[in-house]
Design a protein around this ligand. Structure first.
Ligand code: ADP
Length: 154
């Protein structure tokens, strides 16, 4: 039975830090499903359709990675995709404190679903979607943080 990991997130935008987690996840799992959550109450910076197209293009030569969007509970979506693992990245202790109750909640909804945390690669520890949005919003160059070219905001 193949080991499928769901890597859920807002990915607004998907960064080099996220890419690193996917690549390292491929060393642990047979398949990684990048799942762009669309149920957030937060207003997105990049439309989900744009992020989906960018990621489909980014992973077009990696058959072990697929990209999906989802609404609703992550743990239910994991069941739907056949994933028995959730993949998440940790940069620091606030990330850990944020992730802990989410992992407990997911385990409650889908018993047996294991959340696997990978510590960020040190060089990518400061890469954050929030900072990238702030720089990009005001016309700054964010190429160093992204695995794709992001056109200036219209
Ligand atoms: P969410 O809105 O669900 O927190 P994000 O898109 O911000 O989603 O992040 C998805 C996952 O990637 C989270 O587990 C987050 O901690 C992790 N992550 C974000 N940036 C990095 C990074 N630079 N290195 C490693 N993991 C990261």
């Amino acid at each position: 039975m193949s080991r499928i990991a769901l890597f859920p997130g807002s990915f607004d935008p998907f960064t080099n830090g996220h890419l690193d987690i996917v690549q390292r996840g491929l060393g642990l799992f047979d398949e990684v499903v990048v799942a762009i959550g669309t149920n957030s109450s937060k207003q997105r910076y990049l439309p989900v359709e744009q992020m989906l197209a960018i990621l489909n293009n980014l992973f077009q030569d990696e058959p072990r990675v697929s990209v999906r969007t989802f609404t609703g509970l992550t743990a239910e979506f994991a069941r739907e995709t056949g994933a028995r693992y959730l993949l998440r990245g940790l940069r620091n202790s606030p990330d850990f404190e944020y992730e802990k109750p989410i992992a407990f909640g997911n385990q409650h909804v889908n018993p047996g679903l294991e959340t696997v945390f990978l510590l960020t690669s040190p060089a990518l520890a400061s890469v954050s979607s929030t900072i990238i949005r702030d720089i990009h919003r005001f016309g700054g160059n964010v190429d160093a943080f992204l695995p794709f070219a992001l056109p200036p905001k219209a």
